[in-house]
Design a protein around this ligand. Structure first.
Ligand code: SF4
Length: 397
């Protein structure tokens, strides 16, 4: 078998596994169908199935993704009887807001709940004249990266396209950013980083569908240049992501030797550093104008020495790269400490001197539960606490 056959077989295996964790059907208990998350073709097929002309799908697309309208009766270009017919058969939904917290630095974090009661986190990180929404792709995660709080939560299921797009749409609701700002207009929610809970390339089909909806020029219309997908290094899916979606790539690297990376990012045992970096070298569209971001969480005394910075520079040779240095954000029970500021700066200097931009990420949202996955854990703990209190109250009766 050639290498190409092997990675094709591996891709098939990954997609088959993803299907085992498929989201629930997008149909409500009353039989109405969720329209968010359908591709244009699927939306057209739904319209044809109820005896409507295909142009109806174009109209709906505009109202759903450009105007952000969830109520059919507000879709003013659609005649009243038709609005009623649509409302009978369909729904334009949003995830429910279970919790919303806004930090003093402007970072906003939501815990969104879906119809089956599952929850994920979404974060808005404002910059001076724009901001990024960090969205989740799975409930829990299989990968157990050691520095990551979400890695302590087992994988429950993949999110559907509606749930992935829905996080961004609900974030826009929260900032009143509808209709979609047209070219040139300032946007608060200008970028998306697919970097929240879960490994997006283990839920590729749903993520790809969601990204296509988000990038569609007649709807949300966010260009692929404003989207960055972060992977822990699912090598067989990286080429496909680059070819089909052309979004920016971020790689959770965090270590420069296989021994250490095997421990911090256990997926490395399957796809070691050399294979991962080769996949980066051939990532379609990577160039000096569109560099690959390498995420490097700074763990005190673990991966933050000058020697490791020099090794990082050696490894990145030939890759249009930038390095994000992320001071570790500790969570209760985490096995690591944040690197000292001196260590972070010394590391950054070495990487910078070699010609790679290496910004040190400011910790954001320190006053809210900002470590990815923390809000969900806290919410579940509170729920369990409430249930235990309720059942002991029942037992006492
Ligand atoms: S860092 Fe990402 S891939 Fe790793 S455990 Fe956390 S959510 Fe999963």
């Amino acid at each position: 078998m050639s290498v190409t056959d092997l990675s094709a077989a591996e891709r098939e295996r990954i997609l088959a596994k993803a299907a085992l964790f498929a989201p629930p059907a997008a149909t409500l208990a009353d039989g109405r169908r969720e329209l968010v998350g359908l591709s244009r073709e699927e939306l057209t097929a739904e319209m044809v199935a109820i005896g409507e002309k295909p142009f109806r799908a174009k109209q709906l697309w505009h109202w759903i993704y450009h105007q952000g309208v969830t109520d059919f009766s507000l879709m003013s270009t659609i005649a009243k009887p038709m609005q009623a017919k649509l409302a009978e058969k369909f729904v334009v939904g949003r995830p429910g807001v279970t919790t919303e917290q806004t930090s003093t630095d402007g970072t906003r974090k939501w815990l969104f709940g879906f119809r089956d009661g599952q929850q994920v986190e979404t974060v808005y990180i404002p910059e001076e004249d724009r901001g990024a929404v960090c969205i989740s792709t799975q409930v829990g995660c299989t990968l157990s990266c050691k520095f990551c709080h979400t890695g302590t939560q087992k994988l429950v299921r993949n999110l559907g396209a509606a749930e992935i797009v829905g996080q961004f749409m609900a974030a826009r609701d929260s900032y009143g950013e509808w209709p979609s700002p047209t070219d040139g207009a300032a946007r608060h929610l200008s970028n998306i980083v697919v970097m929240g809970m879960g490994e997006p390339l283990y839920n590729y089909e749903n993520v790809a569908k969601a990204m296509r909806i988000i990038m569609d020029g007649e709807g949300i219309a966010l260009s692929r240049r404003r989207i960055t997908l972060s992977t822990s290094g699912v090598v067989p899916m990286m080429d496909r992501c680059g070819e089909e979606l052309g979004v920016g790539l971020a790689v959770s690297l965090h270590a420069v030797t296989n021994d250490l990376r095997n421990e911090i990012v256990p997926l490395n045992r399957k796809y070691p550093i050399e294979e991962l970096l080769d996949a980066c070298r051939r990532y379609p569209g990577a160039s000096n104008a569109r560099r690959i971001t390498f995420e490097y969480v700074m763990l005190r005394g673990v991966n933050d020495s000058p020697a490791e910075a020099r090794e990082l520079v050696r490894l990145l040779k030939g890759i249009p790269a930038k390095v994000n240095l992320i001071p570790f954000n500790p969570w209760p029970g985490s096995p690591y400490k944040t690197s000292t500021s001196e260590a972070v700066h010394a590391f950054a200097e070495i990487v910078n001197a070699a010609g790679y931009s290496s910004p040190i990420r400011r910790p954001r949202g320190r006053d809210i539960l900002a470590a990815c996955g923390q809000l969900k854990t806290e919410s579940e703990r509170a729920k369990r606490g409430a249930e235990a209190t309720a059942s002991s109250a029942v037992a006492a009766e």
